[in-house]
Design a protein around this ligand. Structure first.
Ligand SMILES: NC(=O)C1=CN([C@@H]2O[C@H](COP(=O)(O)OP(=O)(O)OC[C@H]3O[C@@H](n4cnc5c(N)ncnc54)[C@H](OP(=O)(O)O)[C@@H]3O)[C@@H](O)[C@H]2O)C=CC1
Ligand SMILES: O=C1O[C@H](COP(=O)(O)O)[C@@H](O)[C@H](O)[C@H]1O
Length: 471
């Protein structure tokens, strides 16, 4: 395992919310090497003491002073401007004494120059590695340009593209559930599945990230990466083995089979929204306003043109300032082939559904029809019921803890390969081009609602049972 981590973007939102907390947990649990060293890098002209005071103020309430002391004992702060490769190399070459993992938690427009600076500093020579935050670029062309710079210096085996959803334990459980059960193996295809819903709803807003968000919107911030990775894990063919490349090969094939969005399909297959003033968790919140059309909500109907999934809609919904934080996958099965019960039962009938909740709590529910509540067998009592597996997982690690350990060890399984990123951008570009050509409007929704009224057909029914209301 490598023992030197260069953390770029060390003063950023992600670093303070997740990356330093992850490092604190890994140090607490003694999962890092004895001689582990952290070099924290950002543009701000801090010295060690000022950086420590700044970070202590942000994390202090959640951690004991001793834990922070242990982190700071291993951490040194270096100011460096990533847009100036020469200055960056001069500031950092002294850290090329050991193989390092450089983690770019910075905006993607800095990746290319950062890469040049790291190379000049001697920090990319094998077996050093480079970790890059999402989104990788803004569209296919910029992603390819970043990739060309990376490949001019690095081998693909040294490049770790993070999608932190892959580091979430319940996302890995989704794969286990799908691939470890005959019950699902037999029915995981178009003949038995009516639709698949993937929803990632957040109560959080854009707060503090307005500049970034205005350039990216929900489509590039969430769908290009997290949501398409979830789709790929659900829809891919079973890999021949559970190794890094077998899984990535299958994910790539599915992403490439996504039918490009066209302007004529955009009206039926997509909706965009932006939150306005409203109330979330009892608190009044301000709306997100920007002169350009930027969506904070997106609903999409995606189609996978292959034998397994032909004709099955995959509805992808993500939004900020929703009534509840909810990430879930809902697989809805087709009705039984022939209905044997009466018309009243038919009215009560619900499609079988597999509902996998990823966060905030983890549950698996299987919606079935039955008459178990009846005192004796009676077809008249047929009603919807649910097999409910509320999991009580051991305290979960932050997704970044797992991913940092994997990057330090050199395991790429939970990182995204170049061709997957390209396939995802290709589809996202088709959506943004279709929106542009069709003039797809960004519709307002009040903060604390499930998006604009037009989004209703994209939302799974189950949302009504999980707090908040369907619009
Ligand atoms: N925040 C989040 O929840 C998530 C963010 N991400 C991704 O992580 C990355 C970072 O996001 P986030 O932390 O929110 O961004 P922020 O804008 O909060 O932080 C950006 C960081 O980059 C540094 N930086 C900016 N320009 C330069 C430069 N020219 N030279 C050196 N350092 C520079 C900033 O340093 P300084 O402050 O000194 O200017 C700061 O530390 C992005 O790619 C984002 O998409 C991914 C998942 C979630
Ligand atoms: O990558 C991102 O993810 C977060 C949501 O992550 P979660 O683990 O809290 O579900 C999102 O808020 C952010 O906008 C996006 O950049």
């Amino acid at each position: 395992m490598h023992n030197s981590l260069l953390l770029f973007g060390a003063t950023g939102d992600l670093a303070q919310r997740y990356l330093f907390p992850s490092l604190l947990h890994l140090l607490r649990d003694r999962l890092l090497p004895e001689d582990f060293r952290i070099v924290a890098i950002a543009r701000s002209e801090h010295d060690d003491a000022a950086f420590q005071a700044w970070l202590r103020e942000r994390l202090g309430d959640d951690y004991e002073a001793a834990a922070l002391d242990e982190l700071f004992r291993r951490t040194q702060y270096v100011p460096a401007d990533l847009s100036d490769a020469d200055a960056m190399a001069a500031a950092l070459s002294r850290f090329a004494d050991r193989p390092a993992v450089s983690y770019l938690s910075t905006p993607p427009n800095l990746f290319a120059s950062a890469c040049r600076g790291l190379e000049a500093a001697g920090l990319l020579a094998p077996p050093s590695r480079l970790v890059l935050e999402k989104p990788l670029g803004h569209d296919l062309a910029s992603a390819q340009a970043i990739d060309a710079t990376l490949k001019s210096t690095l081998d693909e085996s040294q490049i770790f593209r993070i999608d932190h959803y892959l580091g979430k334990a319940p996302v890995q459980n989704l794969l286990a559930l799908r691939l470890g059960n005959t019950l699902f193996e037999a029915v995981w295809e178009r003949r038995w599945i009516e639709s698949v819903d993937i929803i990632v709803a957040e109560t959080a807003g854009v707060d503090g990230r307005e500049g970034y968000y205005a350039d990216y919107g929900a489509l590039r911030d969430m769908v290009q990466n997290h949501m398409l990775q979830l789709l790929a894990l659900i829809a891919m063919e079973p890999p021949a083995a559970m190794d890094t490349d077998s899984i990535r090969d299958e994910k790539r094939k599915v992403l490439r089979a996504l039918r490009p969005m066209t302007p004529s399909a955009a009206a039926a297959d997509s909706v965009r929204g932006r939150y306005r003033d409203g109330v979330v968790d009892g608190q009044a919140v301000k709306g997100f306003s920007h002169r350009d059309d930027v969506e904070t909500f997106v609903g999409l109907r995606a189609w996978i043109d292959n034998w397994r999934w032909a004709g099955v809609p995959f509805r992808l919904v993500t939004g900020k300032r929703m009534p509840s934080r909810t990430s879930e996958v809902v697989v809805t099965f087709k009705p039984v082939t022939h209905w044997l019960f009466g018309p009243d039962e038919r009215k009560r009938a619900r499609a079988n559904q597999l509902r996998v909740r990823l966060q905030p709590e983890e549950t698996i529910e299987l919606g079935l029809m039955g008459s178990l509540a009846a005192s004796e067998w009676s077809a008249n009592e047929l009603q919807p019921m649910s097999l409910d597996l509320a999991m009580q997982p051991p305290k979960r690690r932050i997704a970044y803890e797992r991913l940092m350990i994997d990057a330090l060890k050199g395991d790429q399984t939970l990182f995204v390969r170049d061709d997957e990123v390209e396939a995802a951008w290709r589809w996202i570009d088709s959506v943004s081009a279709a929106w542009r050509e069709a003039g797809t409007p960004v519709r307002d929704y009040p903060a604390g609602s499930w998006g604009p009224l037009e989004a209703q057909p994209f939302l799974p029914r189950t949302l009504t049972t999980h707090g908040g209301r369907k619009p």
